[in-house]
Design a binder for this molecule. Structure first.
Ligand SMILES: C[C@@]1(CC(=O)O)C2=NC(=C\c3[nH]c(c(CCC(=O)O)c3CC(=O)O)Cc3[nH]c(c(CC(=O)O)c3CCC(=O)O)/C=C3\N/C(=C\2)[C@@H](CCC(=O)O)[C@]3(C)CC(=O)O)/[C@H]1CCC(=O)O
Ligand SMILES: NC(=O)c1ccc[n+]([C@@H]2O[C@H](COP(=O)([O-])OP(=O)(O)OC[C@H]3O[C@@H](n4cnc5c(N)ncnc54)[C@H](O)[C@@H]3O)[C@@H](O)[C@H]2O)c1
Length: 150
């Protein structure tokens, strides 16, 4: 399981997101805020993502996941919920690539925690994958505490 907390820079790193639905959109907003170069592979796209494609913020490849799509990525996000796509990622990703299994944590080696960030600190909250909703709740409690204790 995930046993090593780390803050990573994604600036100008290639991130490939498999799937273009609601979950992919949430992960893409985070990756975009971290200045990654994002390519999304999916046969159809969430409305928010269509706008990002039109404005040139992300690249869309209108296809199902194939090994060549992920070959050169720094980070791969699995967010399609599709078993075949998950198998392709598992079988063809190299051991040095980062894989976020948003749709199936067992195929990943990196988790995206809930986080709070400003110029002075960056706080991440994980429940070791046990309850993401609780991580979100704890994040909001921390935000309230930080606001009350400035
Ligand atoms: C924190 C946050 C960050 C983010 O996404 O940016 C995040 N999930 C968030 C929300 C959320 N996720 C889910 C719900 C529905 C309620 C519930 O079930 O609890 C809600 C609540 C909501 O949407 O309000 C369901 C869910 N999540 C995962 C699975 C798959 C599985 O467990 O098999 C399923 C079930 C799918 C199903 O079966 O339907 C997996 C993962 N979700 C993670 C992160 C990683 C572990 C983090 C940790 O250790 O705590 C991990 C392992 C992988 C990853 O993505 O890295 C973000 C809060 C954003 C914020 O800060 O506001
Ligand atoms: N990590 C989390 O926080 C979290 C939260 C809720 C759900 N999930 C899981 O994430 C998955 C996706 O959820 P969603 O709500 O975004 O689903 P969705 O149905 O809205 O989106 C799925 C997307 O994947 C694409 N897709 C399907 N097959 C594909 C393939 N072979 N290659 C590439 N793209 C393909 C579809 O075109 C669509 O764009 C589900 O498995 C769900 O259980 C994760």
């Amino acid at each position: 399981m995930f046993n090593f907390p780390v803050f990573l820079t994604l600036e100008n790193k290639d991130a490939v997101v498999i799937g273009g639905g609601k979950i992919a959109a949430r992960k893409i907003h985070k990756l975009h805020a971290a200045a990654a170069n994002i390519t999304v592979i999916a046969p159809d796209l969430h409305a928010d993502l269509k706008e990002m494609v039109q404005s040139g913020e992300i690249i869309w490849i209108n296809d199902t996941c194939k090994p060549e799509h992920i070959a050169s990525a720094f980070m791969i996000v699995s967010a399609s919920g599709n078993k075949q796509a998950q198998e392709i990622i598992q079988q063809s990703a190299a051991s040095h690539q980062l894989i976020n299994g948003a749709d199936n944590p067992s195929i990943g080696n990196v988790a995206l925690p809930a986080s709070i960030e400003n110029d002075d600190y960056h706080i991440a909250v994980s429940t070791r994958g046990k309850s993401p909703a609780k991580a979100k709740q704890l994040k909001h409690r921390l935000m309230d505490w930080l606001n009350d204790n400035r």
